[in-house]
Ligand binder design. Structure first.
Ligand code: GLN
Length: 243
């Protein structure tokens, strides 16, 4: 088996070690003897997303999100929408997550039209939502507890066309009000969780890998990995957050 991963905008959407998610995805495949290729697709690149199995988009500041708008609307937005509709697995973090929605409106009222692949929108707020946080994934997304770090001014509101990735148990999540965190639509996993997300949350990482592999090969069972260090880091954050 093999998996092709595309890392979109690594040159501008690369906050808080988000590229560590690519390393984690790669290692957890290689440790199981599954071949993996990673294509980095910065501004100006023309990756063929339809030929990818998993697309990763990291987070970025308001400025970076505006920098890539021209490139996004030069046709990459339509390609992302088509790939999502076709079931390609996506993992999108914070700014990358917001970008999949209808629009992002900055705190001072500048509205950036985004991809419109997911039924959601984001409005910047004066109060930034910052800190270590924790949420529980829905059963459809594996039901695992996730620990992470969030830093965003955007408050994201989900429309009826998407489900949350999970429910916040400590911290802000999508908007600090409705206890939702992230979004799920088809094979898209979107979250505010920086950190990077995946190394301290091996169960979620494997769920995402399984989703991508099963779209390509049908039913797949992933060989368990030891995960002592990963689970020790996970447990330490749970203790810090809820004692
Ligand atoms: N600029 C966006 C916000 O502040 C996303 C931030 C991020 O990716 N950490 O909400």
């Amino acid at each position: 088996m093999n998996l092709k991963i595309c890392h979109m905008y690594p040159d501008v959407l690369n906050l808080y070690g988000d590229r560590g998610n690519i390393l984690c995805l790669r290692r957890r495949l290689e440790w199981r003897g599954i071949d993996v290729t990673v294509e980095s697709a910065g501004i100006g690149a023309r990756p063929k997303l339809a030929e990818c199995d998993l697309v990763f988009i990291g987070g970025g500041q308001d400025f970076e999100q505006e920098v890539l708008l021209d490139d996004l609307h030069s046709g990459r937005d339509e390609e992302v929408k088509a790939a999502i509709a076709d079931g390609v697995t996506f993992l999108a973090i914070c700014g990358g997550y917001q970008m999949l929605g209808e629009y992002y409106e900055t705190y001072d009222g500048r509205r950036c039209g985004f991809i419109g692949a997911l039924d959601l929108y984001t409005v910047g707020s004066k109060q930034r939502m910052i800190g270590n946080y924790m949420f529980t994934c829905t059963p459809e997304s594996g039901g695992s507890t996730v620990v992470g770090f969030e830093n965003h001014s955007g408050r994201t509101r989900l429309g009826p066309g998407v489900q949350p990735l999970g429910t916040v148990t400590s911290g802000f999540g999508n908007n600090g009000e409705d206890k939702t965190e992230g979004a799920r639509f088809k094979n898209v996993f979107a979250t505010y969780s920086h950190g990077p997300l995946l190394p301290k949350n091996p169960e979620l990482c494997d769920f995402i890998l399984k989703t991508a592999l099963e779209r390509k090969y049908g039913a797949v069972s992933l060989e368990p990995l030891s995960d002592e260090a990963e689970l020790a880091a996970h447990g330490e954050m749970v203790r810090r957050l809820i004692g």
